[in-house]
Design a protein around this ligand. Structure first.
Ligand code: ADP
Ligand code: ZN
Ligand code: ZN
Length: 653
């Protein structure tokens, strides 16, 4: 029997794949079953090993699972780039793009698709929409990155629809990325209503079967449009002609487990490799994208008019120093809510903090509980009654009397969604107060049930976290209260203001989307902050320019590139010693790379472990060179210290 040596990519830290043999060649991209240690696992063939180099003793491939490659050359190229750039094992990346059942070695299912309804749009496109469409169309078959910038309601999705129709006419396929599972259905409905094409969705919320059927359909060129979340990026698509990335600034595009890739950035690479156009759309582009458009690397297309919005939203600051909040809400805010309800409309109180109160304290001696496992105060929850650490999930019963002074003087400080909802129920007993956060929506379908009265259009008040900020289209919502407008201004992260203004824009986009005049009230102790005047001027370009200026001054991205090496261990000393060692290897390169730290992470003691970090900054090429020179694979573990490398981190957590 001849022995053909093959490279096989398996999950885990095997950066260059492993070697196995088989009696015949197995094409690259075909799944195989192999033995690794004592386990049998599924791997991906990387093809024949051509070199004459001596190949160590190999094991045989146990089974070849596919007749033809299910991972195409284009996906190999994309995952290869990602593996090199983010320094993550190629096997992990190749397999992460596969739906669960395929990753586990199940056979390929029959593809499944849906056909659209092909209803005409029924209105004229605006001038700006036409210009954008023409521009992008003229780049067909050629790489170009476009930024489509326009507020909610400016008609960005309609531009997507038109581009898709043109692609279908050319028999080219379209990949659409959206940040969250919850937004795939909405986008799919919208596009399906108008198109005659065939569409599939792909995200981790689907059943395993549906997901792999969509995968096969895309690979075989049976669908015109694939809509998915970041993992859909690694789906092979026959005759891909266009990539659309919706809400490109959204941090959900950054994978925070395993390979820390940015699906937005990689989708640009995919477009480049396939030589096709890509469109990044947002009302509030990330500074990276905004800056690239400013410098002419991306082409900026602006939608200023709002053909779909009846009126523009009024935004007002409430000075919480004068108008002191009661139950988390100022008098102005409460009156605004009541006004909305009396007009038969709905109001939303946005507060990015779940639970009852962020802190419990003894009013007599000042004692507060701290988490055993973290440098954090546990959040007080009322139903169920718990002190709950949101960082390590540790839960305990709140004491009834103060453990320090034994008095019954324990009080709740500050407001979470639970407490604000409670206060609203007291002042507005005749209206439904609907709380939407991770606690109330933990069960499947509970979200849908909870928002039923909202969809029906009954006057009611929503109290919710970030979950409510994105995408939802509530027709009768006229008034939004941002309960904690200080949070974003005081954040320690270099992206705080950018994220805050993106969030505000999104929340603002919830109000008055249809016939109603929309109102947004922001409660803050710092109404005179110059950031507010920039944010409220509603000119994102001016705000972005000011933010970039600040980033230049402090040498933060996008004016430089950074990589974050985080070490963690049960012992704080060993983390720092190991990071010092790594720092030394970078220093020995004698380059102009900036090396900051090691320093404790923003929350050093978290989840029973101590965290420290080393920050590297410099031009992208220098940074990449330095990471490669120092042998990045050594960062995974040293003794009991586990490392994590994050290239282009979105936060420094
Ligand atoms: P965005 O994606 O920017 O939020 P959409 O494309 O969803 O904007 O458009 C918002 C609303 O305006 C939708 O109801 C859409 O049907 C409508 N719309 C879009 N373009 C036009 C237009 N040229 N004329 C009239 N209505 C439009
Ligand atoms: Zn006390
Ligand atoms: Zn904790």
């Amino acid at each position: 029997m001849p022995r053909i040596f093959l490279k096989i990519f398996v999950p885990g830290p095997f950066h260059d794949g492993l070697h196995y043999h088989f009696s015949t060649n197995v094409a690259a991209g075909v799944r195989v079953r192999v033995q690794l240690g004592t386990r049998e696992i599924i791997g991906i063939s990387g093809g024949k090993i051509e070199s004459d180099a001596k190949i160590p003793e190999t094991k045989p491939i146990l089974e070849v699972l596919d007749d033809e490659p299910i991972i195409t050359n284009e996906i190999f190229a994309l995952a290869g780039f990602a593996s090199d750039y983010y320094m993550a094992p190629l096997g992990d990346l190749l397999l992460s793009g596969l739906p669960n059942t395929l990753r586990k070695g199940k056979p390929l299912p029959k593809p499944k698709t849906n056909t659209g309804l092909a209803k005409p749009r029924g209105y004229q496109l605006t001038n700006e929409q036409n210009v954008a469409i023409e521009c992008i169309d003229s780049s067909t078959g050629q790489f170009n990155c476009f930024l489509l910038q326009g507020v909610t309601g400016s008609g960005k999705t309609q531009v997507f629809s038109e581009l898709i129709a043109h692609s279908i006419a050319r028999k080219q396929k379209v990949l659409i990325l959206v940040p969250e599972i919850g937004l795939t259905g909405q986008m799919a409905d919208r596009i399906q209503a108008q198109l005659k094409g065939i569409l599939s969705v792909s995200h981790s919320g689907l059943s395993d079967g549906d997901r792999s059927r969509a995968f096969v359909a895309a690979k075989d060129g049976l669908i015109d449009v694939l809509i998915g979340t970041r993992s859909a990026l690694f789906t092979p698509i026959k005759q891909l002609g266009l990539i659309l990335v919706d809400e490109e600034h959204d941090s959900a595009y950054k994978n925070q487990e395993g390979a820390r890739y940015s699906a937005r950035d990689l989708s640009i690479i995919r477009a480049k490799q396939a030589n096709i156009p890509i469109v990044l759309s947002s009302a509030t582009p990330s500074l990276e994208t905004w800056q690239a458009a400013q410098q002419g690397r991306y082409r900026k297309l602006i939608l200023k008019e709002r053909p779909g919005a009846a009126t523009s939203t009024k935004i007002e600051l409430i000075d919480s120093r004068r108008d002191k909040p009661v139950g988390g809400l100022t008098q102005t805010a409460r009156q605004a809510i009541i006004r909305a309800l009396e007009n038969g409309q709905q109001a939303l109180v946005f507060l990015n903090r779940r639970g009852y109160a962020p802190v419990m304290m003894c009013a007599d001696c000042g004692w507060t509980p701290v988490c055993k496992h973290c440098d954090a105060k546990p959040t007080l929850h009322r139903s169920p009654n718990l002190l709950w650490c949101h960082h390590c999930d540790n839960k305990s019963r709140p004491p009834l009397i103060c453990p320090a002074c034994s008095k019954s003087t324990l009080i709740a400080i500050g407001h979470g969604t639970e407490r604000v909802a409670e206060a609203l129920t007291q002042i507005l007993p005749e209206f439904p107060i609907i709380r939407i956060d991770r606690d109330t929506t933990a069960r499947r379908r509970s979200f849908k049930t909870l928002i039923e009265p909202v969809i029906e259009g009954k006057p009611c008040v929503l109290v919710g976290t970030q979950m409510l900020a994105k995408g939802h289209d509530f027709k009768h919502l006229s008034t939004v209260i941002v309960a904690d407008g200080d949070q974003g201004l005081l954040g320690a992260d270099f992206r705080s203001i950018e994220h805050f203004s993106q969030l505000l824009t999104q929340v603002t986009g919830r109000a008055g989307r249809h016939q109603n005049q929309g109102y947004v009230y922001i409660q803050t102790h710092r109404p005179d902050s110059h950031w507010f005047s920039l944010i409220l001027a509603n000119q994102y370009d001016t705000l972005a320019a000011a933010l970039v200026k600040e980033r230049i001054q402090f040498k933060w991205p996008p004016t430089t590139h950074i990589a974050l090496i985080t070490g963690r261990s049960g012992n704080p000393g060993s983390v720092f010693a190991a990071l010092d060692q790594i720092k030394l290897t970078f220093k020995q390169l004698n380059s102009s790379l900036q090396i900051l730290g090691p320093a404790p992470s923003p929350m050093e003691h978290r989840n029973r472990q101590y965290h420290g970090q080393l920050l590297l900054a410099g031009p992208r090429q220098l940074l990449q060179w330095a990471l490669k020179e120092t042998g990045p694979w050594a960062y995974r573990r040293q003794g009991k210290v586990v490392f994590q490398l994050d290239v282009d981190p979105w936060d420094l957590w």
